[in-house]
Write a protein that binds this ligand. Structure first.
Ligand code: ADP
Ligand code: ASP
Ligand code: MG
Length: 436
């Protein structure tokens, strides 16, 4: 069985939902993961932000605007009165639910409930449309089978048992439609897999059902060799190894959720990135094969904070780094890049929630400097030491820019460079010129 995921733009209008229905109706049994229609999750974030700030009137207006949009989609998508009525009832119920949050305290739990509504609607709409087209389908409730554990990681044994049980309940279905992004957490509350999380849902399901392939359908013809939002003339890459794709996703290639490659790699399920607007395009295949002697692609991760700890004591003496890392661990803050010298250690984080507390704790161990608004540029490819010129080319390309940190040798498939965000676009373009 294959798992196919369609992103927000791919299901962004009644017409697009119909196009996706055509694409998935090829006689093969499959699981289809859908995002919310494009713009919806952003609107829901705005609504919950307004509610948190007690701006209930503005929230109610936004809820109403979104409801009108969905009401119009129902009219355009469906023909039969019975299914139209069903869809309108769903829209009424969903927007009554959203409206029920006005005039109330809005915390994280409420926010997560609000954010979940987009995927719940889009998947129901798809099922109604498939039913109208006479295509045998089943709607699988992600909130029943997708769960995270105490570390907020996917609870794979639970997910596997439950998705298999849900599939078995609908042996007649040709197409299983389910929600990306949403899940329950260890406390049994509605939660999500972070923004862009529908990709993660797809790879988690792909691993759980041991799929023959996971397909991520989006609005571009595969992973490009640089960020098309900042560099002109980027090109799709036909093949990436799991490790290259994982580095690029983690370090900012928005086409993939930061951690979605992991489940696919672990289960050795190949992933294809395909374009809904151009279904015949080759796209990108991600699998275990490694291509030697090339730089594959460049990506950038924004909103990074660099922290330098300079110590008068023997910095790298036994136990020092353990202490430093322990502080980040205490605050559940992952470290992305790290470089060391005899007198100092520099590292980067992208989660700033506990920055002040971390800096206070580090202050005991030396002089701490914090640089905000930094960007990690990740160059992914074959960086085995034999490719002598590759690391050199990176520094050569960036020779006129003030580079803050360089990390090389942590793995064989990436170099990371830290620069101020003001130089991001220039750095991406210079590296493209050098390598492609
Ligand atoms: P979806 O809604 O389908 O999940 P996303 O917007 O999350 O789509 O991801 C697709 C977008 O990722 C593209 O439109 C493109 O602008 C952006 N992107 C950033 N870096 C890359 C890259 N290296 N290759 C392809 N797309 C990229
Ligand atoms: N709808 C969610 C988002 O916009 C999840 C996704 O699209 O992958 O982040
Ligand atoms: Mg996405």
């Amino acid at each position: 069985m294959k798992v196919l995921k369609f992103g927000g733009t791919s299901v962004g209008s009644a017409m697009r939902i119909k196009e996706v229905a055509k694409l998935i109706n090829d006689g093969e049994k499959k699981i289809v993961v859908l995002s919310a229609m494009s713009g919806t999750t952003n609107s829901l974030v705005e609504i919950s932000d307004l509610l948190k700030r007690k701006q209930d009137k503005q929230a109610a207006e936004k809820i109403d605007t979104l409801k009108q949009k969905y009401t119009a989609v129902v009219e355009e998508l469906l023909n039969t009165e019975a299914l139209k009525a069903k869809a309108h009832t769903l829209v009424e119920a969903t927007f009554d639910h959203l409206a029920s949050f006005t005039g109330q305290e809005c915390g994280l739990k409420e926010e997560n409930d609000i954010l979940a509504q987009g995927e719940l609607i889009s998947t129901n709409f798809m099922c109604y449309y498939l039913t109208e087209q006479g295509i045998k389908n089943a709607w699988l409730p992600a909130l029943d089978y997708m769960r995270t554990d105490e570390k907020a990681e996917p609870d794979m044994p639970f997910i596997t048992d439950n998705i298999i049980a849900h599939l078995a309940q609908h042996p007649e279905a040709d197409i299983y439609i389910t929600q990306g992004f949403i899940c329950k957490n260890i406390a049994g509350e509605i939660d999500n897999l972070q923004r862009g999380g529908s990709d993660y849902t797809a790879t988690i399901l792909g691993a759980a059902v041991e799929a023959e392939e996971i397909q991520i359908w989006t609005d571009i013809d595969g992973m490009h060799n640089n960020d098309p939002r900042f560099v002109e003339g980027t090109k799709p890459i036909a093949h990436l190894s799991y490790d290259e794709a994982a580095e690029l996703a983690y370090f900012g290639a928005k086409i993939l959720h930061p951690t979605c490659v992991r489940p696919a790699k672990k289960a050795q399920v190949p992933v294809k990135l395909l374009n809904t607007m151009e279904p015949k395009a080759e796209g990108t295949t991600i699998n275990g094969d490694v291509e030697k002697g090339r730089v594959a692609a460049i990506a950038a991760k924004d909103d990074i904070t660099a922290i330098k700890i300079k110590s008068g004591r023997m910095l790298l003496a036994h136990g020092f780094l353990h202490k430093v890392f322990g502080i980040f661990d205490d605050y559940h803050t992952p470290i992305d890049m790290i470089t060391t010298s005899e007198v100092g250690v520099s590292l980067t984080i992208d989660d700033h929630k506990n920055l002040d507390a971390i800096v206070s704790a580090l202050d005991l161990w030396g002089d701490v400097t914090v640089d905000k608004n930094q960007v990690i540029i990740c160059i992914a490819g074959d960086f085995t030491p034999e490719n002598i010129c590759f690391a050199n080319k990176v520094t050569e390309a960036l020779k006129h820019l003030p580079v803050r940190m360089i990390s090389y040798g942590g793995s064989n498939y990436n170099i990371s460079v830290l620069i101020d965000k003001e130089y991001k676009k220039e750095a991406l373009n210079l590296l493209s010129k050098m390598f492609f």
